[in-house]
Design a protein around this ligand. Structure first.
Ligand SMILES: Nc1ncnc2c1ncn2[C@@H]1O[C@H](COP(=O)(O)OP(=O)(O)O)[C@@H](O)[C@H]1O
Ligand SMILES: [Mg+2]
Length: 293
């Protein structure tokens, strides 16, 4: 199978140099609650001051985000909040400012990644203004870029609500704003949270594996494909969580990453009573899509 190269991103990520020079002037913050994101009344200098975080404040001033309603889920690197604003209910994935990614593993996922010089310049300028580490801003940019590519290809993912312009993405800083999956009372569960009957579980499997194939047909491997990153809402599977997605053409580890994804997917589906052999699945993909690597 031939994959299209995206020529918009010509240069290699060669930002180690910048990391070395970067000095984080702020103390790392721990987990933040909704309360911590908002400014206390005595800190407000004017009526438009609302959020402590400069990126949230900027989205607030643009009228895109008017309120953070509650926390949906807190993970290792980011917390996802239910937010309200211009597009109604939205999911705001907000990365914390301490570096928590395991560095050695990062190298595998970012190997061969490309970004144009202009884009990189824009991103890193705004990142430094907002005191965001260059590496973190590149991961978040990669997440936005990927979610836009998947969304435009018609893959079942939440619609990104910032971008696709590099300027808007860079300005959003640590905030990944996207379509919220759920209703006002509850966020969509992950497939890993559910007990499904046999018929539903089979349906969920077929949809999930179909999504994995669609991602592969775009020349990508998700890199963390399991029931922990698949939401289930109105009997539809929706893929989330994109910073670690790799491009088959760029990343020499893509084949291993795909094999790991097939393992994680089949292993995590065992809890739903679906038993699949990852080796068979790999063969099936090769038969259907042709030689992938
Ligand atoms: N668009 C969304 N709508 C509803 N819930 C979401 C959405 N995106 C993420 N979540 C919830 O937040 C959790 C964490 O998001 P995810 O992108 O997987 O980040 P991470 O696993 O890196 O912490 C998900 O497992 C899911 O429960
Ligand atoms: Mg996740």
């Amino acid at each position: 199978m031939k994959h299209k190269i995206n020529y918009e991103f010509e240069d290699h990520y060669d930002y180690e140099e910048e990391f070395g020079r970067y000095k984080d002037r702020r103390k790392p913050k721990g987990r933040r609650s909704v309360k911590d994101l908002k400014l206390k009344d005595d800190k407000k200098l004017s009526s438009v001051d609302e959020f402590d975080d400069p990126n949230l404040q900027d989205l607030y001033e643009q009228g895109i985000l008017t309120e953070i309603i509650r926390e949906i889920k807190s993970g290792k690197e980011a917390t996802v909040y239910l937010a309200d604003g211009k597009y109604g209910l939205m999911a705001a994935k907000i990365y914390r400012d301490e570096a928590t990614r395991a560095f050695s593993k990062d190298q595998i996922y970012k190997a061969g990644r490309h970004i144009s010089h202009q884009h990189k310049k824009k991103l890193l300028n705004l990142a430094s203004q907002n005191q965001i580490k260059p590496e973190q801003s590149l991961w978040i940019y990669h997440e936005y870029k990927t979610i836009w590519e998947f969304y435009r290809a018609g893959i079942n993912v939440p619609k990104p609500l910032i971008g696709p312009s590099i300027h808007d993405i860079a300005k959003a800083g640590r905030v990944v704003l996207m379509q919220y999956i759920g209703n006002k009372d509850e966020a969509a569960p992950r497939l890993s949270d559910l007990n499904l009957n046999q018929k539903e579980a089979q349906d969920a499997w077929e949809q999930s594996f179909a999504i994995l194939k669609e991602v592969l047909s775009l020349g990508k491997v998700h890199g963390d494909f399991s029931t922990y990153n698949l939401l289930w809402w109105n009997n539809k599977a929706i893929l989330i969580d994109f910073p670690q997605v790799v491009n088959i053409n760029e990343n020499k580890h893509a084949k291993e990453i795909l094999k790991t994804d097939l393992n994680s997917l089949s292993k995590s589906f065992q809890a739903l009573g679906v038993d699949k052999d990852p080796i068979q699945l790999y063969k099936e993909l090769q038969n259907e899509l042709g030689p992938l690597f």
